[in-house]
Design a protein around this ligand. Structure first.
Ligand SMILES: Nc1ncnc2c1ncn2[C@@H]1O[C@H](COP(=O)(O)OP(=O)(O)OP(=O)(O)O)[C@@H](O)[C@H]1O
Length: 341
């Protein structure tokens, strides 16, 4: 039987944080009687990721994404539960495991700031004991694909954020990891660099069939790269499935795109839904998805319509709405408003 690349069962991480009390007396008392509170960063999380899958790990700020990736990298120990990546328990920090995965954190640098990237690459070569030929081939291929060949000799601090991120990716891939954990790899990048990183990741993943877990607040990354998403909120998995299912399950609305005959938009369309965009004679109406047949029948019988289309709302909006939901509730807090038809 095939083993999943990543298998997580009932994984929890609780941080104990010191609660500082207000006022001088309280501070003095606090020196002797420290009060702690617990943060359940990850709570009984479970999922499986097959080899060669590229999965988005989504959630609002503080949901537990980075903590999960740190656990899977063996950087921290869990409070309870179990995880296996390529058959290894990450926090046992097996040397063989270290050579088979990589973690890239968009907010942290691995490269030496004052040295050219190629020096950091050489350091990785030694750490991971990559042979000369493999190393040269990989540097050549990756710098070519990411279009940074001319920049490898320049001190990293002189590079733009986008160039630096591309160098970070190269460093992370030099040892040919089978599992790649990406924490916000496009954070802060301009649109062009974001797209370049996305295109590279898509190409590289398809070529090598590596397993990728990606966290990103940028839905364009997710749509471009992943077909499955695990949504985590308040340390718990709230949804796990195809991206399209998220739209289905969590979006209570769809968009009707209408092109009216003539040059005008008829008055009173608000009674069917919310006008999202109006460029006469075209209008986009956001309507409750369960009322679409009814609304369409009404519109078509009342007006002369040249063209009509029904679209899903942008994933970005649906996820944002979902993230505003209460930490412990299973449903998004935004419920569809009743709109008279
Ligand atoms: N070292 C730590 N000590 C105490 N609490 C922590 C620590 N690391 C994380 N936390 C807390 O655990 C929770 C989950 O944090 P985590 O960084 O995993 O979230 P995240 O989903 O990655 O968020 P973001 O999208 O903002 O990066 C948060 O409430 C955070 O404050």
């Amino acid at each position: 039987m095939l083993m999943p690349a990543i298998e997580v069962n009932n994984l929890s991480k609780t941080y104990r944080v010191y609660r500082k009390r207000e006022g001088l007396m309280a501070s003095i008392t606090g020196l002797f009687h420290r009060e702690y509170s617990e943060v359940h960063a990850v709570e009984k999380v479970g999922f499986q990721i097959e080899k060669g899958e590229m999965v988005a790990f989504l959630g609002p700020n503080g949901a537990g994404k980075t903590t999960t990736l740190k656990l899977l990298s063996g950087l921290i120990f869990p409070t309870s539960g179990d995880a296996k990546v390529l058959g290894y328990t990450p926090w046992e920090r097996h040397n063989d495991y270290r050579r088979r995965f990589s973690l890239v954190m968009g907010q942290k640098n691995q490269l030496w700031w004052d040295l050219p990237a190629q020096e950091s690459f050489r350091l990785h070569k030694e750490i991971y004991r990559i042979d000369n030929k493999t190393f040269d081939n990989r540097v050549e291929e990756l710098t070519e694909l990411l279009e940074v060949k001319k920049l490898v000799g320049q001190p990293v601090r002189e590079l733009s954020l986008g160039e630096r991120m591309r160098m970070e990716l190269i460093a992370a891939l030099l040892h040919g990891p089978e599992v790649l954990l990406l924490d916000e790899p496009t954070i802060g990048l301009d649109v062009v660099s974001q797209r370049r990183v996305q295109e590279f990741l898509r190409y590289y993943q398809q070529e090598r069939k590596i397993t990728v877990v990606l966290t990103s607040h940028y839905m364009k990354d997710v749509e471009a790269l992943c077909s499955r998403a695990i949504i985590i909120n308040g340390g718990k998995v709230k949804h796990d499935g195809p991206l399209v299912e998220i739209l289905d399950r969590f979006s209570k609305y769809k968009i009707i795109d209408l092109l009216f005959a003539g040059t005008e938009i008829p008055a009173g369309l608000e009674r069917y839904g919310t006008i999202q965009e109006s460029t006469p004679p075209r209008v986009k109406l956001q309507v409750p998805r369960n009322k679409i047949p009814e609304i369409l029948t009404n519109l078509l019988s009342q007006y002369t319509i040249e063209d009509v289309g029904v679209q899903e709302r942008p994933l970005e909006e649906v996820i944002a709405e979902l993230f505003t939901s209460d930490r412990d509730s299973d449903e998004p807090s935004v419920l569809p408003e009743e709109s008279p038809v």
